[in-house]
Design a protein around this ligand. Structure first.
Ligand code: FRU
Length: 501
């Protein structure tokens, strides 16, 4: 019973520690090529999805458009032995070696949005860039059909391209050119001429490239930018280029459908955009599937569609609502985290308390056992012998009382016997002479003869007081050698003469 209680007390704190459900903690490295609005949306989507996957934590590094920096950041993730790498490569060829290194180091790699060359990666999730190009081509021809172009005057398209080494830039361009070719065959109007400038995915680069273009060329009929930010940059460049109050702004199409793009459509700055989803949520879901060994789709290509002013308005509202939800979610998460921390702190304190109590309990038990042992030794060494002595003494005194009574009886029965002496008394009491002397001395405080004389004197005194016997008669009946000797003894013992009654 005691030992069961012991083990319960000792194991209780560890039980408390162990009953916290232990989840695997997967560390995920996220390598982002840029930090623009589209990337921030993707990061937010990943963070939101992570709320449903407490088993994963992410660490994000941004390369700010530098291949060298991105490779170094991926290498640092490799040396930190992250459990999974999510990478959106700045340029396919340049970042490929680092991605391959991670893959060969056994780290699962999810390539997001921009592809790498080769196939040393685990999964890909990104938009259909070729189709995005196709939508651009459709829109260009729609615009061409809407405006009255003088027959055979070429329809001028200004294309603002993203970074050339990135797969979306090349695929969007190819999709657009292929689309124009196919569609133009069916449409026997004036030719479409495409002029391409480099915007490197950035608004300011696009602005500068368009300004430069306009300084050397006439206004194009339409502008297609490979993302919304470059489309806005182009709109600003055209606006700044045209004389104040001019109404010759050109229709512009962007790509992405992120908040600034939708706002630009609603404000009439650009005409439309092609949706290019970032789907950070899907990326995290795929990461979870890969890490937990579940089946996953290796190549996910996301759908796209054109968003015009009609669709942009409700979408913008949706984006605002989503941002609001996200903010609420973040607040709830922060509160939850705080509660968790408090709970953990309380649990820790409880565990410490139980441990300290156990230690104190064990110490007191130890002390009690020690004190008990010490006391037992003391009792065995000091008290038990004393008790034995007392017991012995009690036994002895009981024996002595019995002996004293017997001595008195035997002596009193033979007071008138002239042969009563040390020898006869010894034989009556079955004691040797020495034993007789020792024991009589012990119980009566005097020798046997003195004791016999004392008993005779007491008897004599009794007779003198209760009978009519004379001193002489009493002395003789109690075997005193003479009445004189009796008188002498009597006086010595009682302090007065026997004649004084
Ligand atoms: C964001 C971005 C998007 C574009 C995508 C292409 O960094 O430039 O605007 O659609 O990357 O990878």
């Amino acid at each position: 019973m005691k030992s069961r209680l012991f083990s319960l007390l000792i194991f209780f704190p560890f039980f408390l520690l162990c009953c916290t459900p232990q989840q695997p903690n997967y560390r995920i490295g996220v390598s982002q090529c840029l930090d623009d609005a589209w990337r921030q949306k993707m990061n937010q989507e990943m963070s939101r999805e992570l709320l449903l996957h407490p088993e994963m934590t992410i660490s994000t590094r941004i390369a700010y458009g530098s291949n060298v920096l991105q490779c170094a950041q991926i290498d640092s993730f490799i040396s930190e032995r992250v459990d999974l790498l999510i990478v959106s490569p700045n340029e396919a060829e340049e970042v490929k070696p680092a991605v391959t290194r991670a893959y060969r180091a056994g780290i699962p790699v999810i390539v997001a949005d921009r592809r790498v060359t080769g196939d040393e990666w685990t999964a890909f999730i990104g938009g259909d860039n070729y189709k995005v190009g196709g939508l651009m081509a459709e829109w260009i021809l729609k615009k061409k059909s809407e405006c009255e172009v003088t027959p055979n005057r070429p329809f001028h398209v200004l294309e603002i391209c993203g970074l050339q080494g990135s797969t979306p830039a090349t695929l969007r361009h190819k999709g657009m050119m292929d689309g124009l070719q196919v569609l133009e065959k069916a449409d026997s109007g004036s030719p479409v001429v495409v002029h391409s400038v480099m915007g490197e995915w950035q608004k300011t680069d696009a602005y500068n490239a368009v300004q430069q273009y306009l300084s050397e060329n006439p206004l194009p009929d339409v502008v297609v930018a490979q993302n919304d930010l470059m489309a806005i940059g182009a709109a600003e460049a055209i606006h700044d280029f045209l004389p104040y109050g001019s109404s010759s702004a050109r229709p512009i199409m962007g790509v992405d459908g992120i908040k600034p793009g939708l706002q630009a459509i609603v404000d009439g700055v650009i005409e439309c955009t092609a949706i290019y989803s970032s789907r950070g949520d899907m990326i995290i879901q795929a990461a979870s599937q890969i890490l937990s060994g579940e089946p996953f789709i290796r190549d996910t290509v996301l759908e796209t569609m054109l968003i015009d002013a009609m669709a942009a308005r409700p979408m913008l509202k949706q984006v605002d609502a989503r941002e609001h939800d996200l903010e609420t979610l973040r607040l709830v998460q922060a509160q939850n985290e705080q509660k968790w921390q408090q709970l953990n702190a309380t649990k820790k304190m409880l565990v410490y308390f139980v441990i300290v109590s156990c230690v104190l309990f064990l110490l007191s038990i130890g002390y009690v056992l020690f004190a008990q042992g010490k006391m037992q030794t003391e009792i065995r060494r000091d008290i038990i012998p004393q008790l034995e002595e007392v017991q012995e003494a009690i036994q002895l005194s009981r024996k002595d009382a019995v002996f004293a009574e017997r001595l008195r009886q035997v002596v009193d029965e033979h007071l008138s016997d002239p042969n009563l002496n040390v020898e006869s008394l010894g034989s009556m009491l079955q004691l040797s002479r020495t034993q007789l002397f020792r024991r009589v001395k012990m119980v009566a405080g005097k020798g046997p003869l003195d004791y016999i004389r004392e008993r005779r004197l007491v008897q004599a005194d009794k007779l003198l007081h209760t009978t009519d016997m004379t001193v002489q008669q009493v002395a003789l009946s109690l075997c005193f050698s003479s009445p004189g000797y009796f008188t002498k003894c009597y006086k010595e013992y009682f302090g007065h003469l026997p004649s004084v009654r």
